[in-house]
Write a protein that binds this ligand. Structure first.
Ligand code: AOF
Ligand code: ZN
Length: 341
């Protein structure tokens, strides 16, 4: 297995633990022996548990001696809830460490220097973009900005409508697209909706089938109108209802701050159109995932509400990053032109 293949495998391993590690980063690690044969692999365990490198070292045992560690994030040099991965790699007799991205935190970062000082060969910057724009995007963003990474998801018809004239909206997209939304939910720490969506659709906002962990359900509900029997209040997952007592009205940055302080690193914003417009206008959307169904409604609310754009020159432009067919629908992924738009 060459280094890039090993890093791709490490990315895959880290992707599989997205949504389970926060506030820690989802990291993946692959260990190769002297011949380049994979002898261990691992990913970050839930908070307080071992880091990716430690899981991989445990699996490899003595076969790690003299080998190479391929890790998506620079190994930590600090003792936090667990011991330093740098020390564990050195103790296991690893001779080379290959890293995709640096750890930007003050306490854990700098592991690369520690490893070099201990005499190990260190190579950095292997597939950094795959990692930084992939599984670590949310965590790196939260480190850099101090707020969670926001993915706005919507489903709409070809003419951009998310509901019919009578406000019915079940189901615009096909079953595979809805399953894909559940996968997205499983990758984030919190799913956020406005009270309008709760009152209109009574969504449960859980991941189904249950992967064994559920994102926090968050309702932005200034006036405390979430009905007692609303499905978001069931016991399937934790729920946070943010009223005007918790955050000032319309202060989305303050709402994100409350979530960040609870360890939320990434959120999925699921509607409705008025809340989505407010997030976009506040420059708080970091990624858009749109599911477009080959259907027309001709009338009914648009996926996003009024953005205050009056003329074509004022259109908010995004960079198209990915287009996939999902069942009979299309999934578009786009990002703001500039980081932190
Ligand atoms: C690694 N490998 O798999 C992860 C790292 O409190 P602790 O001990 O769990 O440390 C958390 C910090 O360690 C976290 O903020 C980040 O800087 C780093 N995470 N480091 O070497 C891993 N998850
Ligand atoms: Zn570590």
């Amino acid at each position: 297995m060459d280094l890039e293949q090993a890093m791709r495998r490490a990315v895959e391993l880290s992707r599989a633990v997205l949504g389970t590690t926060s506030p820690n980063p989802p990291v993946g690690a692959v260990l190769l022996d002297r011949e380049g044969e994979p002898v261990g692999e691992g990913a970050t365990q839930p908070v307080g548990g071992p880091h990716a490198e430690i899981v991989a070292l445990q699996q490899a045992g003595v076969r790690a001696y003299g080998g190479t560690a391929v890790v998506t994030l620079e190994p930590c040099r600090h003792t936090g809830r667990t011991g330093p991965c740098t020390g564990a790699l050195v103790a296991a007799g690893i001779s080379r460490v290959v890293v995709a991205c640096a750890d930007p935190t003050a306490e854990a970062g700098g592991g690369v220097d520690v490893l070099r000082a201990a005499g190990l060969d260190v190579e950095t910057g292997v597939l950094p973009d795959e990692v930084a724009a992939g599984p670590l995007a949310g965590w790196l963003h939260a480190q850099r900005t101090g707020r969670p990474y926001v993915t706005w998801k919507y489903a709409a018809t070809l003419d951009g409508r998310s509901a019919a004239a009578d406000r019915t909206s079940r189901w615009i997209t096909s079953e595979p697209a809805r399953a894909d939304v559940h996968r997205l939910r499983g990758e984030v720490d919190a799913v956020v909706v406005g009270i309008g969506t709760v009152l209109a659709d009574d969504p449960q906002l859980t991941v189904r089938p249950d992967p064994g962990h559920q994102p926090l359900r968050v309702v932005l509900d200034s006036d405390g109108r979430t009905p007692v029997g609303a499905r978001v209040r069931d016991s399937a997952a934790e729920t946070l209802i943010l009223t005007a007592a918790d955050v000032p009205r319309h202060d989305l940055a303050a709402a994100l701050d409350v979530l960040h302080r609870r360890g939320v690193v990434s959120i999925l914003l699921e509607g409705g159109p008025v809340l989505a417009a407010a997030f976009v206008q506040a420059g708080l959307v970091d990624r858009i995932v749109g599911y477009v169904a080959p259907a027309l409604l001709g009338a009914g609310p648009a996926a996003v509400g009024d953005l205050g754009v009056g003329t074509i020159g004022g259109a908010l432009r995004f960079v198209l990053e990915d287009v996939q067919r999902v069942g009979d629908d299309i999934r578009l992924t786009a990002r703001p032109e500039k980081e932190g738009n």
